[in-house]
Ligand binder design. Structure first.
Ligand code: NAP
Length: 508
């Protein structure tokens, strides 16, 4: 292994895995960006049907890799086989979902305002639609080696929008990344698309990611990871002579509020479900419920004790990387020594991996530092006396991906202030259930106010994600034949369009 190579690490054993991966050198990185930029115009002009063919082929190629990619991801991440098989299915389904979106085409939001020469002043012929931004850089996430990585939602939505993609592979799973990249590159080749439509770079450090973010030909960045990493990329993008958007998904503790009546309705099953949501995938999920609001008193005590018992019985797990393991140990030690915080789960052993943990703190001792995300299987319960004070506490929280309420529907009319606070702080609000297990669909929102995401108007999951990599373009008084098909009078793509403000598929 040379100084410019690195290998994936098996987090369960600490062994370096074969083969070594060469860090992408500066010349290759530059060629990758140039190739993406050269492909951008031609790719932007491809039809939705062509992009759909490409994404469908990528899904099939990824599925064909099934055993190999799951085995490699297991070695590199220590995530269990069932979880990775499910993630592979989610990833290929996501590719097919965006293939459908590209093929159907109405995502371009075509609008036509018809001209009126008799009006004073005369009204022009205006037609607008969404168009792709150009080359997008995607940072693969460590915690979803498939669904938020090389062939994940960011890549898929950018490709569906008509943007070439350059992925910065996460160094924790280089082999998985290489296999997924092969599936996409091969699909691009068989679909007759230019080579630069998809590229990948490898780096064990910040150099390549920052170079890509600062590159003048790159038009947007998508990132999932730490707040420090997301903010560093945001700053780099804003310091460019021409700033670009960075869609960063960073930290979230996903508050879950339980009322006394909500706990009574949930019964024992609620504690079991909460423990599973805290500890599933080693708690390394962006929607993991890391902050709970639980009433003081016997009902709350019994619920937390039942949850802690379940967590104590959950086997310790291996976390994704040594860095994440260190951060988890430091974060849980900070909780243990914090004034006012009490451990409810048993004292964890330090040598058996990451043991799921549950802590509690009285609401009066809850300080902003206790809101910091501790990535892994741990949660903090804030014990409140009166549900009225929870709305104030929730309003004081940072932006979140999700916020959940467990209450009796009958009491909702009295909880208006709390409901408003939950909606104000999160991108997705849940009534009952737990926020882990994100459905990939048309209505889902996986976003939220800062620092859950850097641009709170977007989502990185679901079909809305496509708009992040587009801008609006209006054509004024253009000859019909010179317009993109989406805006032509005959509506040759049969799109649902807004014509003078009303939805229609009719020609104009
Ligand atoms: P990370 O450290 O943020 O790394 C993610 C990617 O960004 C990697 O490719 C990394 O490059 C790059 N990067 C990080 N900092 C950078 C910087 N300052 N400049 C340029 N590039 C930078 O995330 P991670 O490795 O997955 O895990 C670390 C922590 O992130 C976790 O402990 C957890 O707190 C958080 N995390 C949160 C979520 C979530 O969904 N909320 C998901 C994953 C991780 P290199 O690795 O090559 O240096």
């Amino acid at each position: 292994m040379t100084a410019r190579d690195f290998r994936g690490i098996n987090p369960a054993t600490g062994d370096a895995l074969e083969p070594p991966y060469p860090v992408t050198d500066a010349a290759t990185l530059e060629a990758t960006v140039q190739s993406a930029a050269s492909a951008a115009d031609a790719y932007a002009r491809t039809s939705g049907a062509r992009r759909a063919e490409f994404l469908t082929a990528a899904a099939a190629n990824l599925e064909a890799l099934g055993e190999d990619i799951v085995a490699r991801a297991m070695l590199e991440t220590a995530l269990p086989e069932a979880r990775l098989r499910g993630e592979l299915a989610r990833t290929s389904n996501q590719l097919r979902l965006f293939a459908h979106v590209a093929q159907e085409g109405s995502w371009v939001e075509a609008r036509l305002d018809r001209p009126d020469a008799a009006r004073m002043p005369p009204k022009p012929d205006l037609r607008s639609m969404r168009v792709p931004l150009g080359p997008v850089v995607v940072f693969g996430a460590s915690n979803f080696p498939l669904a938020f990585s090389v062939a994940g939602g960011d890549t898929t939505s950018a490709l569906a929008a008509g943007c070439p993609v350059i992925v910065k592979a996460h160094p924790a799973h280089p082999g998985t990344s290489e296999l997924a990249a092969r599936a996409i590159s091969e699909a691009a080749r068989t679909s007759g698309l230019p080579e630069g439509v998809f590229g990948i770079v490898y780096d064990d450090g910040y150099g390549a990611g920052l170079t890509l973010t600062r590159h003048p030909l790159v038009q947007a960045v998508a990132f999932t990871g730490s707040r420090a990493g997301g903010l560093a990329l945001l700053q780099a993008a804003q310091a460019r002579p021409v700033p670009i958007p960075v869609y960063a998904e960073m930290s979230s503790v996903n508050p879950v509020v339980f009322t006394v009546a909500g706990l009574a309705q949930g019964g024992d099953a609620l504690a079991t479900a909460l423990a599973a949501s805290i500890s599933g995938s080693g708690g390394q999920l962006c929607t993991q419920p890391g902050l709970l609001f639980v009433p003081e008193g016997e009902t709350g005590d019994a619920f937390l004790q039942a949850t802690a018992t379940q967590l104590d019985q959950t086997p310790a797990c291996t976390l994704l990387t040594r860095g994440i393991n260190t951060a988890f140990n430091q974060g849980t030690v900070r909780l243990r020594v914090h004034p006012g915080v009490t451990a409810i789960t048993a004292v964890p052993s330090t040598d058996t991996g990451a043991q799921a943990q549950l802590y509690s703190v009285p609401a009066r001792d809850f300080t902003p530092d206790l809101e910091a995300e501790v990535f892994g299987p741990v949660s903090l319960a804030v014990r409140y006396d009166d549900i009225g004070e929870v709305a104030t506490l929730v309003r004081g929280l940072e932006g979140q991906l999700t916020a959940t309420l467990h209450a009796d529907p009958e009491e909702l009319s009295r909880l208006g202030d709390l409901l408003a606070a939950l909606q104000n702080r999160a991108g997705r609000v849940l009534f009952g259930g737990f926020p882990t297990g994100v459905e990939v669909g048309h209505a889902v929102v996986h976003g939220g106010p800062f620092p859950a995401t850097s641009i709170g108007s977007g989502t990185s999951v679901g079909t809305h994600a496509i708009t992040r990599f587009t801008r609006l373009l209006a054509y004024q008084n253009f000859p019909d034949a010179a317009l993109p098909p989406a805006l032509q009078a005959a509506n040759p793509l049969n799109l649902l369009r807004r014509v003078d403000g009303d939805w229609s598929r009719e020609p104009v």
